[in-house]
Design a protein around this ligand. Structure first.
Ligand SMILES: NC(=O)c1ccc[n+]([C@@H]2O[C@H](COP(=O)([O-])OP(=O)(O)OC[C@H]3O[C@@H](n4cnc5c(N)ncnc54)[C@H](O)[C@@H]3O)[C@@H](O)[C@H]2O)c1
Length: 430
């Protein structure tokens, strides 16, 4: 998918064909004025320089893709070898493995003896060194992260040729609600086109894997009934990010219905913890508080507090493993459905919403810094006022039970943050 509108989602897919749609009269007019031609060339060059070199909209594009060859295949195979004395180990392709959730889930699977292969395009949406360091941690644990994009159909087919994956844990996405206003095409590229590509390759694989994929609490959008239940409406997204995550759920349903793919969607609620994302509140607040900067805390237009159902990464990992372990096999083969396949969707939250102002209070205590704060009305940027998960379905069917409260989880985050950013730390130890 080359992207919508005039902005490219990937540079190599953007073919500029300036003369195709210009009729003869226009050509004559252009020829009659050298000045117009020169200025057109100038504008065109300025456009190219802005969008391909200077524009932040290209900052999340993949850097390079390098894969293939016997050595590479050996690493792929080795990474997916099982090391489980009992039970029936899984063979899992984890997309977005160098991301926050992806790293933790991959490590947990590997530690219990499953075969795990990661894929990640290492885009520059946030600090790429953090992603590279996570990949190093994974490599040391025996998990190879292939550098590539889930839109690369040849790469995905190759991976399925080399390895008979039993499961796909799909976490790759363009995340973040606010960035969607700056670079909508990166969301369409990863969350829609990339997901459809992954489903296409999975449905044609033999055997078909079971798919567990990350959705988001953001799909509840303007829903005001709390706590959010999987039965509530999800057709009022408040951000483009939410719209693409909801679209992902619909595509997953379609592939389940037509091709017999077993699919499970997990709606994560504001995940935080060690190795967390630098674009999220917990990380940003910690960074600014330590620098002595003023913290901006949003309140809702009616003066009420903005609250989030902050969920600790360790609990989310347990939910992901629960979903993988209870996923039934897909029923299709050779791209054809042989019977109805499992279709599920679960909230994974903490079911204990906390005002963002309280989050700042806890960080203030843990960091031992007096926080300067400014309370301002929440701008209309796609963020919602509150989230709160009803998790009874996940409790019942996945055995999911979050056990880490915000203070305990933040303690672990702060310890990791200070260690990771310590100037004394030799980065090679990660
Ligand atoms: N962290 C949260 O609070 C939260 C909440 C709700 C939903 N989610 C969802 O959970 C999943 C994981 O989120 P995260 O917080 O770990 O985000 P993350 O950005 O840390 O991880 C996503 C990873 O996917 C990779 N990626 C993006 N597009 C790709 C592509 N086209 N091909 C290959 N790799 C690609 C990125 O480089 C990144 O490493 C995402 O699907 C996200 O939408 C996260």
């Amino acid at each position: 998918m080359g992207g919508i509108g005039i902005l490219p989602s990937k540079p190599e897919k953007y073919h500029y064909q300036p003369y195709n749609n210009i009729n003869n009269n226009n050509i004559l007019r252009i020829r009659s004025s050298k000045f117009t031609l020169c200025s057109s060339i100038f504008v065109f060059l300025a456009f190219i320089i802005f969008f391909f070199i200077l524009s932040p909209s290209t900052s999340s594009l993949p850097t390079k893709n390098s894969w293939g060859g016997p050595e590479w295949e050996k690493r792929v195979t080795k990474s997916t070898r099982h090391n489980s004395p009992s039970g029936s180990p899984l063979t899992v392709l984890v997309t977005g493995a160098s991301g926050f959730v992806g790293m933790h889930v991959s490590l947990a699977l590997k530690r219990r003896g499953d075969g795990v292969l990661g894929i990640d395009n290492f885009n520059r949406y946030y600090d790429i060194n953090l992603k590279r360091t996570r990949a190093k941690v994974l490599s040391r644990a025996g998990v190879f992260v292939v550098e590539g994009d889930i839109n690369d159909v040849h790469l995905l087919r190759k991976l399925f040729d080399v390895v008979a994956f039993t499961h796909v844990m799909h976490l790759a996405a363009q995340a973040g609600v606010r960035y969607a206003m700056r670079n909508p095409n990166s969301y369409v590229h990863s969350n829609i086109a990339g997901f459809v590509n992954l489903l296409e390759v999975s449905k044609s694989a033999n055997p078909q894997p079971a798919i567990v994929y990350a959705s988001s609490s953001s799909v509840y959008g303007l829903n005001s009934k709390t706590p959010f239940s999987e039965k509530d409406r999800t057709d009022q997204p408040a951000s483009l990010y939410a719209a693409t995550k909801k679209a992902g759920e619909e595509f997953a349903h379609t592939y389940n219905h037509i091709y017999g793919l077993s699919v499970t969607g997990l709606r994560f609620f504001t995940v935080y913890g060690p190795w967390g994302r630098p674009d999220m509140a917990v990380y940003l607040f910690t960074k600014d508080i330590l620098k002595g900067k003023q913290i901006t805390v949003f309140e809702s237009p009616d003066g009420g507090s903005v609250t989030r159902d902050f969920t600790y990464i360790g609990d989310i990992v347990k939910g992901c493993l629960g979903a993988l372990d209870t996923a039934k096999k897909s029923t299709g083969s050779g791209g054809k459905k042989k019977g109805n396949a499992q279709y599920r969707i679960f909230n994974l939250g903490n079911t204990s919403p906390v005002p963002v102002s309280e989050l700042v209070n806890i960080l203030e205590k843990l960091l031992k810094v007096n926080v300067k704060r400014k309370v301002v009305p929440m701008p209309i940027n796609g963020d919602v006022r509150f989230t709160h998960a009803n998790i009874s379905r996940a409790q019942r069917e996945l055995g999911y039970m979050p056990t880490t409260d915000l203070e305990a989880g933040l303690k672990k985050f702060v310890r990791w943050y200070l260690d990771f950013h310590s100037p004394l730390k030799n980065k090679n130890v990660w």
